[in-house]
Write a protein that binds this ligand. Sequence first.
Ligand code: R5P
Length: 327
Amino acid sequence: MIIFDGSKSSGLAEKIASFRDFRLGELEIKQFPDSEIYVRVLSDVENKECAVVKSTRNNDDIIELLLILDALGDCGAKKITAVIPYLSYMRQDKRFNRGEALSARTILKLINNLSDRIITVNCHFLNKEGTFNAACYFDLTSKFFQKDMTSDSFDNIDFNEKIKEIEGNNSNNSKLIIENLDAFPVVAKYFAGKNNENNKKIVVIAPDKGALNHAKRAAEIIGCEFDYLEKTRLSGDEVKIKTKKLALKDRDVLILDDMISTGGTICTAAKVIKKSGARKIDIGCVHGVFSKGTKMFEKTSDELVCTNTLDAKASRIDVSGLIAAAL
Ligand code: R5P
């Protein structure tokens, strides 16, 4: 297999390649003065299996990824795997108001059209590891909207179970297969290995109910307790977290979430936890987007760490082994 890295490489493709003895492919990528992107495949890919490793932090990354996938197809690649460790737009997976774009579906359709296989890590709307037909998921969320579901009602649905239920009798037989890898065990092992004899003193806290499942599994690995907070989103970067009775006095807390975007969720959670008397607060997540930087975490936490699905100073947990094993 030949592995391709995009521009702004984080070195993840190279690490994945070294695990499996894959060859690294060569691309020429540049940006025109008007910001349009130019891509050229330099390696010979005719009849060869190829994988592109590229997270999509922003819109340019999405365009670059699509151009690479399409160019590989034109150059005769036999099979093209899109490995998108952090896949953006996946939080816009439901339609709450009539006329809203199902952005997650739009992005996935585009990638699906230009590749044979899609692998990602902790896709936001999938709570479990495995292979899922996202077309079923979007059929389902569109239907719920028609019944005038509120956002609260969505919280009470186990979508993964529902997807499995309807996968068999998928009405329009459309396929949008995503292979979703779970990096939470890798994150949990990082924290479990830090100070083994104190692991039992840790409490893993999910900042909202959506992250509860992840917190539970991480707590099992660390061998400690877990709990969650109740979050309401007020705007893009503002959340309200209900104070609930938490027995956190003098405890070491680990807040875990799938992603940090603006940091609003985690920082608000950390403040609530601090008020409950926690002795130490560590923060872990899979995808560190940090759209507002990391300065805000300096006062709210003892350690901030995420995986290298995205390149950041805090990306100290390596998921290349996880991805290499899936290829
Ligand atoms: C929400 O459901 C996610 O799990 C994260 O909690 C959220 O996306 C984080 O966003 P932000 O850092 O902007 O609060």
